[in-house]
Write a protein of this length. Structure first.
Length: 148
């Protein structure tokens, strides 16, 4: 397997991006905090090129295998990042985050933030390798169901 290549998403990537996002969102089902994250982060649904958003694609052998959506602002936010299960452990996530950091710095952002679910060690490790560390932990309880 060759090293990943990172580039900005192109209109012809939309089909693959939608499929990768579908897989990412499906993977959140059953994860602790996954349902809440699905509620907070809307599906892109072909909205990959909104103003103020950078969408990056990770390619291996010219095939899109991952993406990162970066919302640029004073505090830029990695809204979502996903790498296909079969393309993990070869540097795609690290390359995506490194490129996102460079873009946020060039934009003039003061900080780069991201979210990892509780217990999602892979994502937490990915962020920590990029020096993105926890600054606060949000806890919650679902009040709509029966109490325990």
């Amino acid at each position: 397997m060759t090293a990943p290549v990172i580039r900005h998403a192109l209109p012809e990537d939309v089909g693959e991006l939608n499929e990768l996002e579908r897989r990412a969102r499906l993977g959140l089902n059953g994860e602790r905090g996954g349902q809440r994250l699905l509620e907070l982060v809307a599906s892109r649904n072909d909205r990959w090129f909104e103003e103020g958003v950078e969408t990056l694609v990770s390619l291996i052998d010219d095939v899109p295998v991952g993406f990162l959506v970066l919302k640029l602002d004073d505090i830029s936010v990695v809204e979502s990042v996903f790498v296909h299960e079969e393309a993990r452990e070869v540097g795609c996530g690290d390359a995506l985050l490194g490129t996102a950091r460079s873009i946020a710095e060039a934009f003039g952002s003061r900080r780069l933030e991201a979210t990892a679910l509780p217990g999602d060690r892979e994502t937490k490790n990915l962020y920590e390798r990029a020096s993105i560390t926890a600054k606060a932990i949000t806890v919650s309880v679902d009040l709509s169901g029966p109490s325990s």
